[in-house]
Write a protein that binds this ligand. Structure first.
Ligand SMILES: C[S@@+](CC[C@H](N)C(=O)[O-])C[C@H]1O[C@@H](n2cnc3c(N)ncnc32)[C@H](O)[C@@H]1O
Length: 187
């Protein structure tokens, strides 16, 4: 966290997004970006900085996020029924990027935590399919082995390429990784 603070980021998580973007190059001028689970705001800061004052960044978290110039942030539980519509109403057009760093509060019971995180990923993915422009990218935090079965199958049908990535900034021993679905085919 000390290094993040030194560089002006609100979270160490910012480095994970920087590393994912270095690998997959999805942020940048003119992009419309949705940031799910944005508090305290590290990813949003990176997205806004890489947009260089162009495009749009819309973030949501169940917790309050201190304002960030260049981003529109709302405080709402993403699992509530009207959350997707509220986000859509804020978007000026289709999104280029839907990224989710949402993580359910851990209970200590690994299977429960796994299921709750997968539920969040499924919701984020359903939303992404509704708002992404063709060619868009979906990124979500999952636990290792988290995107198996039906979800992975659906992603492979709807995107040109699906990969899993663990940025160096993600703690070595943690089961956290990110699913990266590139090149949305459009519905
Ligand atoms: C790892 S943190 C995100 C860090 C953020 N990417 C950053 O760079 O600062 C995960 C976030 O997911 C949020 N979250 C968990 N469940 C949520 C839900 N149902 N709806 C909205 N946000 C949720 C948490 O409140 C938490 O802020």
């Amino acid at each position: 966290m000390a290094e993040a603070k030194r560089q002006g980021y609100r979270s160490r998580a910012a480095f994970k997004l920087i590393q994912l973007d270095e690998k997959y190059k999805f942020l940048g001028k003119g992009k419309t970006i949705v940031d799910l689970g944005c508090a305290p705001g590290g990813w949003t800061q990176v997205a806004v900085a890489r947009n260089k004052g162009t495009g749009q960044v819309v973030g949501l978290d169940i917790l309050e996020t201190e304002p960030i110039v260049g981003a529109t942030l709302i405080c709402q539980d993403f699992t509530t029924e009207d959350a997707p519509d509220k986000l859509k109403a804020l978007l000026n057009g289709p999104a280029d990027v839907v990224m989710s760093d949402m993580a359910a509060n851990t209970t200590g019971h690994q299977q429960t935590d796994h299921l709750r995180t997968i539920a969040l990923v499924e919701l984020a993915y359903a939303f992404a399919k509704e708002v992404l422009a063709p060619g868009g990218i979906f990124i979500a935090k999952v636990f290792k082995g988290g995107t198996e079965g039906e979800l992975l199958k659906d992603m492979k049908q709807n995107f040109a390429k699906v990969a899993h990535a663990k940025p160096d900034a993600s703690r070595k021993g943690s089961p956290e990784e990110y699913v990266v679905a590139i090149g949305f085919r459009g519905e």
